[in-house]
Write a protein that binds this ligand. Sequence first.
Ligand code: ATP
Length: 269
Amino acid sequence: KSQAHRVQKEESHTTLDDVAGIESAKQDVTEIVDFLKSPDKYRALGASMPKGILLVGPPGTGKTLLARAIAGEADVPFFSVSASQFIEMFVGVGASRVRDMFETARKEPSALIFIDELDAVGRARGAGVGGGHDEREQTLNQILSEMDGFEEHENVIVLAATNRPDVLDSALLRPGRFDRKVTLDRPHKDARKAILEVHVRKVPLAEDVSLEEIAARTIGFAGADLKNLVNEAALAAARRNLDRVDNNCFEAARDRIVLGEERDTELSE
Ligand code: ATP
């Protein structure tokens, strides 16, 4: 099979403990974890689960992480694909990749499918730039028809991530498709502290490090930025031949990230 047809299947070892600062989103997904673990319990009660759930939030807030954690907690295979790849493909390839992925997932007793950047194919059809893009439209139609084709006994749940829910084709949001929404917010101070705590688990910290203070000084940082901050600080400690990461290292890391971002925007202007 060609490269483009390869479906990525993984066994996730991520758990909900690895996800911090987005408590309400975690709360929202506990039922999905439980369903994937014991679908028969729900069936016996005549309850059906949503087939599709939309994860909505700014870049780096942990949408992919949360999806992986659901698969990890439920111990089901995780199939993932990024919708932005489809637009660069030849006509028909995106649709057949989608078909392959659903077909493989449906062979499992339970499975979770994750579609990142859903808006790349899921923009309202025939509207705005790229309207009428054949590949995009065919891929979108394939996703819709796969979801409509789910049968009662199949334990596949589809999660899709987007930071632009406003541009999505309304067909995607109809009942039986992505009819549930889980929102991930940019982390406020306490949330940033909780995220930092996850990422310093394996990092030896000097006594002058206060995560509380770092959280207070990282307004606007998303989870991905905080992960990056901890890593930059650890690298700074290594450069200085320290055996613990101290507050200076965090300061240097923060400056590097904030100034680096400024430099990036200068260049792109
Ligand atoms: P994008 O929209 O850019 O794809 P995303 O919302 O999917 O971003 P992730 O890819 O999940 O974000 O985040 C990247 C990494 O940042 C994660 O693997 C994790 O290490 C860290 N991270 C992000 N959010 C959190 C969080 N809430 N708790 C702990 N770590 C986080």
